[in-house]
Design a protein around this ligand. Structure first.
Ligand code: DC
Length: 227
């Protein structure tokens, strides 16, 4: 079984995906990490983010330099043997990821890996694919598709709280502005933009707690898989 969960930044895709994977005993791929890791390599290697030859080369090299390591606490991400799990979550890397993700060559370089992962793991226990285009471009034949939405101000507030909980300072206006810019870039790019698949279930998480989102998703999955 393949379940896709797409939507903009801060909408709760990661939380829902991890909860569903735990609840259903499924595998999980956070596809955004691939774009973040590509951006991280570009920043580390001093690539020009606008030079698609350099960024596509970074994406191709990623598949050799990158390693998911399952641990009891979840997944760790290693690049060139270095644990970069925390570094990849930095907002600077997220924004750079959105720039390289707009490039067709980068998307092409990462597509086969994602599709192969979905096919293999979907045929095993089942898989949750989390991203921006998993229901449209990566797994158009997925069994169940979700598209999560939430008010941008609420999404920015969630990010502020997340940063504060990590002991970091956070400015709402800056975070809100960066989020709106990132959404626009993701939604307006020409290749595989952030749009709901025609057959996706739209879930607005603005007023829902984590448990309510999980329960709504589970009831959709139960009714879809019983068809
Ligand atoms: O979900 P995230 O914040 O980790 O994603 C980082 C960036 O990667 C996001 O701004 C757009 C890009 N991305 C994408 O274009 N397609 C995906 N399937 C996942 C992420």
């Amino acid at each position: 079984m393949i379940i896709t969960i797409d939507g903009p930044a801060g909408v709760g895709k990661g939380t829902l995906s991890k909860n569903l994977a735990t609840h259903l005993g499924f595998h999980y791929l956070d596809t955004g990490t691939l774009y973040r890791a590509t951006a991280f390599i570009c920043l580390k290697d001093n690539c020009d983010l606008q030079n698609t030859q350099q960024t596509a080369k970074a994406a191709i090299s990623l598949l050799e330099r990158y390693d998911f390591k399952p641990t009891e606490a979840g997944f760790c991400t290693f690049i060139d043997g270095e644990n970069v799990q925390r570094s990849l979550r930095a907002d600077e890397v997220g924004s750079a990821a959105s720039v390289v993700a707009a490039q067709t060559e980068v998307r092409q370089a990462l597509k086969a890996f994602q599709q192969q992962f979905a096919q293999e793991k979907g045929a095993d226990k089942g898989v949750i694919m989390d991203g921006r285009d998993t229901g449209t471009a990566i797994c158009p034949d997925a069994d169940v598709k979700f598209f999560l939405e939430a008010d941008p101000k609420i999404r920015a507030e969630r990010r502020v709280k997340e940063l504060q909980d990590m002991g970091k300072s956070a400015n709402f206006d800056e975070i809100y502005q960066a989020m709106v810019e990132r959404d626009a870039r993701d939604a307006n790019r020409k290749t595989d933009p952030l749009i709901p698949a025609k057959d996706a279930h739209i879930l607005d998480t603005s007023m829902l707690c984590v448990e309510e989102v999980l329960q709504k998703a589970l009831s959709v999955i139960t009714s879809e898989s019983g068809k």
